[in-house]
Ligand binder design. Structure first.
Ligand SMILES: Nc1ncnc2c1ncn2[C@@H]1O[C@H](COP(=O)(O)OP(=O)(O)OP(=O)(O)O)[C@@H](O)[C@H]1O
Ligand SMILES: [Mg+2]
Length: 247
């Protein structure tokens, strides 16, 4: 699968970007202990669109938090470009998260007091591209909306701002937790189409957590979690475009 072309994460497309090894995470203690992840291992490859499916409580958000350095496993390791993000302590994990991970949440998590431009500018990596904010706003079809406040935008536009924000900091991976969960059907499809284009056209690496089984069809690969383990995995030789999917 590996090719010559380097993707947005700086690695050749298809090489392993993030690797989770034997993750165990238990919440609570004693009788109320809940094992959210139960020895889960997973590789995320540069330039792939990965869908993580599974019913409520199956461990999707817990897994995403581990992959993104928001939380630590009780056992196991997470490697980014071959290096553990856990061994160096909290400071190292925070650095990984800040430098390399873009999170997209159901409820956008924009700062209401800041304009669209300012929200994106906040974490933008201007050292590498002084025009990065303008460029990503343009890429996301938001160039006319830089002066607007989040509350003045539709849900789909707000989600596009949060995607722009993740891109402007040059994240190596976009980790999306139910990115369409707060959107209506058509708007949700539009956001999925944007994420798909970022993978297909720009070589970004995108992980989408979703309840919606059909979303798995647009991915290169989808895994289904059950009780903190991977129940099954499907590789789509021919991923369907987000526009074609109905659910
Ligand atoms: N902070 C927490 N404290 C206690 N238990 C937790 C916590 N976070 C998650 N859990 C438990 O861990 C398990 C996995 O939760 P997780 O949030 O990862 O599921 P999910 O697949 O994301 O579910 P959903 O689709 O509802 O978002 C659940 O049983 C949940 O109750
Ligand atoms: Mg969740």
């Amino acid at each position: 699968m590996a090719t010559e072309s380097a993707g947005a994460g700086g690695l050749a497309r298809g090489s392993v970007l993030i690797e989770a090894r034997g993750l165990i995470r238990t919440y609570g203690t004693g009788e109320s202990a809940q094992r959210a992840l139960d020895g889960l291992s997973l590789e995320i490859r540069q330039g792939e669109l990965l869908a993580i499916l599974g019913s409520s409580g199956s461990g999707k958000t817990t897994l995403l938090n581990m992959l993104g350095g928001l939380d630590r496993p009780d056992q196991g390791d997470v490697l980014f470009r071959g290096n553990s993000i856990l061994r160096g302590g909290d400071r190292e994990m925070t650095r990984y998260r800040k430098e390399h991970v873009g999170f997209i949440f159901q409820h956008f998590n924009l700062i209401p007091e800041l304009t669209v431009y300012e929200n994106v500018d906040l974490t933008a990596d201007r050292a590498r591209d002084p025009k990065i904010v303008e460029r990503v706003l343009d890429r996301l079809g938001l160039s006319g909306r830089g002066d607007a406040y989040p509350s003045q935008l539709s849900g789909g536009q707000q989600q596009r701002v949060s995607i722009a924000r993740a891109l402007a900091k040059r994240s190596a991976v976009l980790l999306c937790d139910e990115p369409t969960g707060a959107l209506d059907y058509e708007t949700g499809k539009e956001v999925l189409t944007v994420l798909e284009q970022l993978v297909r056209e720009d070589g970004e690496t995108v992980v989408i957590v979703t309840h919606t089984r059909e979303v798995g069809r647009m991915a290169d690969r989808s895994i289904r979690l059950r009780s903190g383990r991977i129940q099954d995995e499907t590789v789509n030789e021919r991923a369907v475009s987000a526009r074609e999917i109905e659910w």
